[in-house]
Design a protein around this ligand. Sequence first.
Ligand code: ADP
Ligand code: MG
Length: 712
Amino acid sequence: MTPPQETVYRLHNLDCADCAKKFENMVKKIPGVVNAQVYFSSAKLKVVGNVGIQALREVGSFENIEVFPEGTSEGLKHDSGSRFDRVAAVASGAALLIGWMIHLVGFPWENLFFLAAIVIGGFKTFRKGFNNAFKLHFDMSVLMSVAVLGAVLIGEWTEGATVAFLFAVSGLLESYTADKARHSLRTLMDMTPKVATLIEKTGEREIPIDEVQVDDEVLVKPGERIPIDGIVLEGHTDVNQAPITGESVPVSKGIGSEVFAGTINQTGAIKVRVTKENSESTLAKIIQLVDEAQNKKVTVQSFIDRFSYYYTPVVIALAALIILIPPLFFGQVWHEWIYRGLALLVVACPCALVITTPVVIVSAIANAAKNGVLIKGGIHLERLGEVNVAAFDKTGTLTKGLPYVYRVVTYQGNSDDVLTLAGSVERFSEHPLGDAILREAKRRNLKTKPVRNFLALPGKGAHGEVNGDVIKVGNKMMFPQSLPTRVQNDLMRQEEEGNTVVMVGKDNDIFGLIVLTDEIRKESLSVIRSLKKMGIKRTVMLTGDSPAAAGAIAQKIGVDTVLAGMLPQEKVTKIQKLKNSRSVVMMVGDGINDAPALAAADVSIAMGVAGTDAALEAADIALMADDLGKLPFAVELSRQSIKVIKQNIGFALGIKVLALLAVFPGWLTLWVAIMADMGANVLVTLNGMRLVRYKRRLPEKMPEVACTCSST
Ligand code: ADP
Ligand code: MG
């Protein structure tokens, strides 16, 4: 047997999130299919298993969903169905109008035009309804077909025709709005160039983007979009990275800089060595993650799913009772109560209720993505809106994470000796402090010595053998015995200024202190303030650095609680402790060495992740740019989304209740029922789509105090 394959298809006429789910479930039931997933916003189907396209097409036919192989021109062309739908709606409306006019002047044959309006406007619905009724699947199309047919049978031609026409219009509106919501994602996809200019020995040649391979060299001229992720080999330029980071301020790039697919090369021509294939690019990852985001549902959705499961059958049963009981037991007129029952059928669909949440989520997530905030699921969006405790990693998150050596204090030998020893050990470390020490040693042209048995101790430091001595570089935990008073005093003084101090020594002998400083990000202060203003009740800073250094920084930026001297594992337990019934905790970090603490939080946020796939994968929400300033925007957007979802659900439920109540006194005519339904759909969708345009308020201007600490 052949192993199951993964195939991606493009879908047309995928108009509602509800049908997407239904289609997915039906595909899963096809023999040979191991798993299937429908991506509503990008209109794609991913199938794992051995199944032919014909089987998928058959399953799709129930909702007029068309299936095309991904990547073919056939699959890319615009929906063919929508033109037909428009013509049908217009023709049906015209027939309805003529029917009315004939009725007014008292001419015969009016019903002929009403019949035409019904057949033209309702054709698709009837076909679908007929199919579904046979499968005992009572969805909107079945209800509508019964309502129209019923109206005709009791002689209400005008009503039947109006319902058919309005339903055709509502179908159009629905596919239009679904398309709009989807559009925001499509703009992301359109940012990937289709071709790249490959540089070969024989010259330059344009090739399709999917044929570009790792280590190929491509040429990017000014004004062009960079086609692929890579490293600049030659030239320098300014690049607008807004498609990835949401920041349109150009970033300057020179030899060795990383560039991303989809970003715009502005000023110079550059030669780029490709580091990732097209399907692996950062932009491709963003698109994929945004697309998958809708599958992580928000909690209200499961409520709605359960509600709809019972609602429709209950209302159908109610309609049956309304039709039967008054005429049978209370001598009422049949015609009257059949009509009321039919009207009730029209409101039996929980449509507005079902479509609202996905529209809101897709709109909000697409908006966030455009602003460089990648939210990887509705559930994370929801959680982020509820956050009331914000925990931050210090290094690289609240500070720039690019420490530099600012002073060396010596007790044995001179500062060059201390830096040589420390630099030799740190050559093998991957810690930013190690990098900084090595950089300083290089700057002073010091020659590092060979090192044996290097060992990094996370949260503490590192050691290694230099000339037979075990040299230790790190904090107090590396030097367990009590330190000489002089060292203790120096240490204290430096740390109280917010500096990080690394001790260098052997056994318990301290040769010297390397004082490093890491600039506070300029936006840290305003971000903490904005969060507090938004009602986040507690801000926490977690760090492996010393309490004195951490405290000094926390005070400058206004963080409430400092948890210092923490080993990575202790950060995890602290986060778990912060979480309780009243607290929803978000953890913000760089996503690489903070991964465990991030995973322990209710919502994890990694920042500056463009280019680092591990960080992108580790977090629930990723800030693509190295800019903490996007955080308040993300929280606000999330809160707004939850508010809109609640508004919409309240509104949709309210309309249904009103409609149900209006049935009994006979106020609910068929066309009022369908107008109410259509109106509710359109209103909740428009309300949800507001989030596409939801703007980030500009950060307040802050005094520059936050930066001064670096120059101490
Ligand atoms: P943070 O929580 O700020 O990211 P880490 O847990 O990475 O900090 O490190 C905590 C502390 O451990 C540092 O402040 C430093 O004192 C010490 N340390 C860790 N690794 C090293 C190293 N390679 N060289 C020197 N000191 C180190
Ligand atoms: Mg760290």
